[in-house]
Design a protein around this ligand. Sequence first.
Ligand code: GDP
Ligand code: MG
Length: 596
Amino acid sequence: MKESNIRNFSIIAHIDHGKSTLADRIMEQTKTIRPSANNDQILDDMQVEQAHGVTVKSRTVRNLYTADNHQSYEFNFIDTPGHVDFNYEVEKSLAASDGVILLVDATQGIQAQTVANYRLAKKAGIKIMPVINKIDSQNAQVEQTINQLVALDPSFKAEAILKISAKKGIGVHEVLEAIVHEIPAPTGQLNAPLKALVFDSTYDNFNGVIASVRIIDGQVSQNDKLVLMMNQQTFTAKEVGFFQPDRVATKTLAAGDVGYIVTGIKDAKEVNIGDTVTTQIDGCTKPLPGYQPAEPMVFAGIFPQGDYQDFKAAITKLALNDSALQLTPETSDALGPGFRGGFLGVFHLQIIKERLKTEFNVDVLTTAPNVTYQVKTINDPQPVMISNPVQMPNFEQIEWIKEPIVMITITTNNESLSDVMRLAVQHKGTFMDMQNQGQLVEVVYAIPLSEIAYHFFNQLKSISHGYASFSTEFSGYELADVVKVTIQINYAQVDELTFITHRVDAPEQTQKIVHKLKYTVPRRLYPMPAQATVEGRVIARVDIPPLRKNAAVNGNQYSVSKKQALLRRQSINKRQATKSDIQLPQSVFNSLLDLD
Ligand code: GDP
Ligand code: MG
C-alpha cells in the first residue's frame, strides 16, 4: 500500500475504559474478523488477561478499511495495556505510531492513567485524537467529560470530540473516518536503505525471536540478509508479515508498514526493544535513537514448589516473551534453587506468578517483594545497588542508604480527598502539588517506592470507594533511615525472610511477623524461639510452642509436681540449630505477604 494510505496508531486509555472493546469493533467493521456476539476483547487471549479482564501485552493488528471517499486504507493499530505497571508497553507502542486514540470512559471521566498516557503521547510528539466512550451507559456524563478533556488540553475542540459506544458499535464509523483524516500518514523513504524499529518481540522454539517492527525507510523481504545495529548481530529474515490478528506472511514490508520479521535468533537477549534493523549490505548508517530499557522496580525470590527443571523451563520461556522481566539464579537454604526476579511492579509479579500456573501448570512460591537500595559503605568509594536484602552490608559498615522515590499523582474526587491525603502522609508522602480538574482533584506526592509497592493500591481503592486512581514516575534516590531485619527460628537465620524496612516501622512490623510465625511454622517436640533482629539487637520474639508429649505424664503414677517437672524439662530446648533445617511451608510466606 502506498504510504499516503497507511495509518499507524495506538489506542490508549485508563484501565477498563474500553480499548480492547474498541479494537474488537474496528476489526469487525474493517472485516478483519467476522462480526459475532462473542467478540469480547478478543485480543486479550492470554488466560491471565481473561481472568483479570485487563490487557497485559500490547497487540498489533493490520486492517483494511474502505473509506467513504472509496479509497482503501491500511490501518495498523496497537491495543495497549492500561495498568500503571505496564506503561512501558504503551511507550513501546507509541514509538511505532503516528497518532493515538485517547479513549475516556464517560461514566468515570478522566482518570490518572488517562493523564499519564496523554503525557506519554505528548512526549512522543504524535497526534492525539480524544474519543469519549460508553455513551450508551445510564451513568454517562458526556458534557463533563468533554470539559475535562478541554481542560487537559485546550487544543482539543469540544465540538470535534467523538462520542461513541464501543460496546454497541455506535460512532465507530466516525472514528474510522477521523483516523483517515486526522492521523498523519507515514513519510518514510521507500528508496532509502532499510531502517526498521524493533518495538516489541515474542519468542517461540521453532522460529526463535519474532520481532515486531515499524518500517521507517526502505523495505524488507523474506531471505534478506539483515543486521541488528546495537550488537551487530546478523541474521536472515526467515519470514516477514503482519498480524491480522494471527501472523500472515507476505512478500515484502515497505516504508510505513507495521509488521513482523521472523529472525530465527535463538538468544532472546540479542534482540533488544528499540533496536534498529537494516540490511547487511548498503544498510543505513545511523540507527534510530532507541529508548531506555524497562527498569525493574520491585524484586522478589521465586522458587518452584515442584520440579526445578520444569519450573526453570517455564520461567525462562516467559522471560523470552516479557522483556521487562529480569531473572538471576539464586539458591536458598530453605527453598532450594530458584531465581531472583525483577518486576515492573507488584501487579507484574502477580501476573507472572499466575501465568506460570495457568500456562505452564507450575506452582511457585515468592518471597516478600522489595525495592533496590543504593548503599555507601565505609570501605567502598562507590555506592552499590542492593536488590536482595540478604546482600545488604552489615550496619557497622554502612555510611548511608538511599531509597527510590517516585512522584505519585493521585486523581480523586472532593469527597475522598482528605482520606486520600491522610493515606499518602501515612505512607511517608511529601506533599508537592494540588490541581483541580473539573470535579476531580489531582494531588502529587513524593513518596518512597517501597511504601506504594505492596498494599497502597488496594488501600487507595477502598478509602476512595473505587474512585481514586494513580500514576507514578520515578524521581530519584534519596537518603533514608532504613534497616535490615533478619529473622531467626530456633536461633538459625532464615535468609528468605530477611527484609529491609524504615527504622520507625520495624518494631510494629516485626511484632506482627513473629506472631504470624508462631502460628505458621511447623512445631517441633521442643519450643523454638522466633525472633527478629535489627543491628544486632533482638527487637521482637515469641516462642513457638512445642508439640507436647503429654503421654509421658499420663496416668496417676506421677504426682502433680513430678508432671510439672517433666514438662519443664521437656520445655528446655537443648537443640539450638546452627543452620536452618526448618521446612517453611507456603503458608509462612503467604502470611508474611499480607501483613497489615
Ligand atoms: P480496556 O481495559 O480499556 O481494554 O477495557 P475493555 O475493552 O476490556 O472494557 C472494559 C469493560 O468496559 C468491559 O466490561 C466492556 O464490556 C465495557 N465496555 C467497553 N466499552 C463499552 C461501552 O461502550 N459501553 C458500555 N456500557 N460498556 C463498555
Ligand atoms: Mg484492554
